[in-house]
Design a protein around this ligand. Structure first.
Ligand code: GDP
Ligand code: IMO
Ligand code: MG
Length: 418
């Protein structure tokens, strides 16, 4: 069984924990989009490990992890991540980590450009400032530098020169900044290339030979940050939906037969953009502190709100999800009442279809009684409080989709099979 895992909201649904859990039954784990804007957390022996580029499957011995062509790589961050994992005693070697030679490299000018564009915009996106957007823009403009270019010093020099010729003019003339020096970047990035070269791989041939193994595709971000189907322009610069798993990896001979959507039991969002069920500081702040809702990458506080079933239904359809894993149910434990949005209104009219502009959608809620019991230590579905089971079953019914697992804590074993 090959599986694609995607986030059903605006990211940070707990994909890291779920991938770490699911990869026990898989052999090969592939990231297919995004970059180090992602932060996927796993708690290993009480220690928090945050993955930005490497699939969290690497924590398991004997698995092969791959960074696909659809990913944009900041080599400095990747090397730091490799070193940090090694320090924890985790094996990271060219045997278990493969980097697609077609992935694109984030350059110093991408970082700066991300920040400058954000500063100039009236309508801010609230990006992670990791250079993601500018790197994908260069890829589409055909002036990007791929991993295969990086590891060939002559080609790298040529492409870097071409890029700096254009970009330095922009930095100097439009933004009044100092130009980048070719030699500085060339030297720094050649150093990265030396370290990363052994990991670089032509993934298609390599995995074709292993096509009978079990593959798990690890999505980053979430459905509503998708460049096409998300809340544009408040989105990231890649396709986050399940159909990109194949394009972003090139593994079209791998037939995925399970598409797993990870959904948080409430909703969060980092950065700007519409968020119909967002709560004010009092209750939103409660979710924020109880759920430790601070970005795993940037540390920014996440905006918090009630569960939005209209949004989840849309995510189910967009990704063709056939199983859901619900996370962070434990964060709702102490609430007297729990709300879920079941339909949107615009003015006085109930909306029958998913709105093009989510900023005009007013949520209509159903209220359920809370369970007011600790769920963190429960491991069997039958032992969950009645109201918690009602909450879960209501979501299943609304979405017409089974919730296969429920996560009730950040620890690796805090998960319940349904
Ligand atoms: P990702 O980007 O989807 O991988 O999610 P993040 O790692 O950015 O954020 C999810 C946060 O919630 C992390 O700190 C996880 O350790 C934590 N987490 C995951 N599942 C649960 C859960 O069921 N309960 C609680 N309390 N925390 C969880
Ligand atoms: P994971 O994989 C939550 C958000 C940013 C911003 C928008 C664009 O951990 O779920 P970008 O830097 O990508 O150009 O920023 O997307 N964003 C995320 N939000 N989780 C993420 O990843 C995110 N990656 C990007 O906050 O609003
Ligand atoms: Mg995250």
């Amino acid at each position: 069984m090959n599986t694609v895992v995607v986030g059903m909201q605006w990211g940070d649904e707990g994909k890291g924990k779920i991938i770490d859990f699911l990869c026990r039954n898989n052999d090969i784990i592939v990231r297919f989009q995004g970059g180090n804007n992602a932060g996927h957390t796993v708690i290993l022996n009480g220690k928090k490990i945050v993955f930005h580029l490497i699939p969290s499957g690497l924590l398991h011995k004997g698995k092969i992890c791959a960074i696909g062509n659809g990913v944009v790589i900041d080599p400095k961050v990747l090397i730091e991540e490799i070193n940090a994992l090694k320090k924890e005693g985790i094996e990271v070697s060219p045997n278990n980590l493969k980097i697609s030679l077609f992935s694109h490299i984030i350059m110093p000018y991408h970082h700066i450009m991300d920040g400058l564009r954000e500063k100039k915009r009236i309508q801010k996106i609230g990006t992670t400032m990791r250079g993601i957007g500018p790197c994908y823009s260069d890829k589409a403009s055909r002036c990007g530098i791929r991993t295969i270019d990086l590891i060939n010093p002559e080609i790298f020099a040529l492409k870097l020169k071409d890029n700096l010729a254009e970009k330095n003019e922009i930095f100097e003339k439009i933004y009044g900044l100092r130009a980048f020096t070719f030699n500085d970047i060339y030297k720094e990035y050649n150093g990265y290339a030396e370290i990363l070269k052994p990991y670089v791989c032509e993934l298609i041939d390599f995995f074709y030979k292993l096509r009978d193994k079990k593959f798990l595709f690890e999505g980053a971000q979430g459905t509503f940050l998708d460049i096409d189907f998300g809340t544009y322009p408040f989105v990231t610069s890649s396709s986050t939906v399940s159909s990109n798993a194949i394009l972003g990896s090139g593994l079209s001979f791998i037939k995925s037969n399970g598409i797993v959507g990870v959904a948080k039991a409430y909703t969060t969002r980092v950065g700007e953009g519409p968020f119909p069920t967002e709560l004010d500081k009092t209750l939103g702040g409660y979710f924020q502190s109880k759920g430790k809702e601070f970005g795993a990458t940037t540390g920014r506080p996440r905006r918090c709100g009630w569960l939005d079933l209209v949004l989840l239904k849309r995510a189910k359809i967009l990704n063709n999800i056939n199983k859901i894993i619900l996370t962070k149910l434990d964060i709702l434990d102490d609430l007297e009442e729990i709300k879920m949005c079941t339909v949107y209104k615009q003015g006085e009219k109930l909306l029958k279809e998913f709105p093009v502009d989510l900023s005009k959608a007013i949520p209509v809620y159903e209220t359920m009684k809370g369970w007011r019991k600790k769920t963190e230590n429960i491991r069997k579905y039958k032992d969950l409080p009645v109201e918690a089971k009602k909450y879960i079953e209501k979501i299943e019914k609304y979405l017409d989709c089974e919730i296969r697992y429920i996560s009730v804590g950040e620890m690796r074993d805090a998960i319940i099979k349904h």
